[in-house]
Design a binder for this molecule. Structure first.
Ligand code: PMP
Length: 408
């Protein structure tokens, strides 16, 4: 891509200049967390040196400025996702908390014994266990969309699962283990045909593809700041106003109340109803710097760049005779999972680490998916907007070395 200045982008990330065991760092664990650009690092320091104060309750200057910055970040997220209202943006600790919030609050308001919730076979535990817990508590049933051997959802099976007992469909936009991009528009359309709302786990999507919640017509969308070049400990739940208004609060405490007496408490309006206690002020304000960073490059440009890189990497890896790709969906993004012969993924990961290459090994918090594929786990290389062709070439050389050592 001619206009994608990869060197300039890499210069924005100080950690990418690091050496590991005297080798240049090749960071390919972006699915777990991304590195941070200098602008986000500076925003954190700036916040504590110039703005630190509690939000929403102070009359004094600093508190008002911190509140303005906090709410400006909410607005920025609204524009980023193109949500209809800024109060549809709820700040949470991350994807996990966003999904737990919906399971707890939507579950309380809308799910009863005998009802059904649909997830898929490739979900992260974060989009599985909260629904399992809800179903166990309430006496509802969890239904699973099966996948093909390539790691694509079986959409015919999905159609058959839909009926009037289903109260929610919760699926990943992009699989963290396989990279499959799920046909979310079709899923939403089919579910809405039965008036069933859809939650998208966008933890692996929001940093790779442009997302417009109104265009998608999605009901809930969850993601984490730390996977989109922002701080850790901050995340977002987008929810349509019509659902959020009908859901009870998540936690009780300060901020989420309108009036408290010993006899009765009335709750605050959106979004504060779901944001009990002092929020992660630093996280919210600095997430805004991450959104600016993504906007400056442009998600459409990022998608094109990463897609070309994924194709390059897939072809290069397929040249290694002992390597088997895990997850070969037609629509994929930024994640390459693989196995080398019968070697345990961990052993490959350890050798790559000694070469300065950071990959992830194991089940990637998708144990049922690994069971379905009859494997203990995979080696996963996950790409980011700063990954280079050279990174991929070094990975390929590293894998060849690991294969020659482990298969000897
Ligand atoms: N869903 C998916 C698809 C993920 O990849 C992850 C993180 N690996 C999560 C949920 C959980 O995100 P977090 O730990 O930031 O809450």
């Amino acid at each position: 891509m001619a206009h994608y200045d990869i060197q300039r982008i890499r210069n924005d990330f100080p950690i990418l200049a690091a050496t590991i065991y005297d080798k240049p760092l090749i960071y390919l664990d972006n699915g777990a967390t991304t590195q941070k650009p200098q602008s986000v690092i500076d925003a954190i320091s700036q916040y504590y040196s110039t703005l630190n104060s509690n939000v929403h309750r102070g009359v004094h200057y600093l508190s008002q400025r911190a509140t303005d910055a906090f709410e400006a970040s909410r607005k920025k997220l609204q524009v980023f996702l193109n949500s209809l209202h800024d109060h549809e943006i709820i700040f949470t600790r991350g994807t996990t908390e966003s999904i737990n919030l919906v399971a707890a609050c939507y579950g309380k308001a809308f799910v009863n014994a005998g009802d059904e919730i649909i997830i898929s076979a490739l979900e992260h535990h974060s989009n599985m266990v909260p629904w399992q817990m809800l179903c166990e508590d309430i006496g509802a049933t969890l239904k699973i969309i099966p996948i093909t051997d390539a790691g694509e959802l079986d959409m015919d099976a999905f159609r058959l699962l839909l009926n009037d007992r289903v109260k929610l469909v919760a699926v990943a936009y992009i699989s963290n283990s396989l990279g499959t991009i799920n046909p979310v528009r079709e899923i939403i359309k089919l579910a809405h045909g039965y008036d069933i709302p859809v939650l998208l786990d966008a933890a692996q999507a929001v940093q790779h593809v442009p997302i417009d919640v109104q265009e998608l017509d999605v009901d809930f969308l969850a993601f984490s700041g730390h996977k989109m070049y922002g701080p850790t400990g901050i995340g977002v739940l987008y929810g349509k106003e019509k659902w959020l208004n009908k859901m009870p609060p998540y936690q009780g405490g300060g901020e989420m109340i309108k009036r408290v007496t010993f006899e009765k408490t009335t709750y605050n309006e959106l979004p504060f109803k779901f944001e009990a206690g002092t929020p992660n002020i630093e996280g919210v304000i600095c997430l805004s710097a991450a959104v600016d960073y993504l906007n400056d490059i442009g998600l459409a440009n990022i998608y094109t760049y990463e897609h070309e890189l994924l194709e390059y990497a897939t072809n290069a890896l397929l040249d290694i005779p002992e390597l088997r790709l895990v997850g070969t969906a037609t629509e994929k993004s930024s994640v390459i999972s693989f196995l080398i012969g019968n070697v345990h993924p961990y052993d490959v990961g350890v050798i790559l680490d000694k070469l300065g290459i950071a990959v992830r090994t194991g089940h990637h918090c998708t144990e049922p998916l690994m069971d379905r594929l009859c494997i203990p786990g995979t080696v996963r290389a996950s790409l980011a907007l700063y990954t280079t062709v050279d990174d991929i070439d070094t990975l390929v050389e590293g894998i060849k070395k690991a294969a020659s050592m482990l298969l000897a």
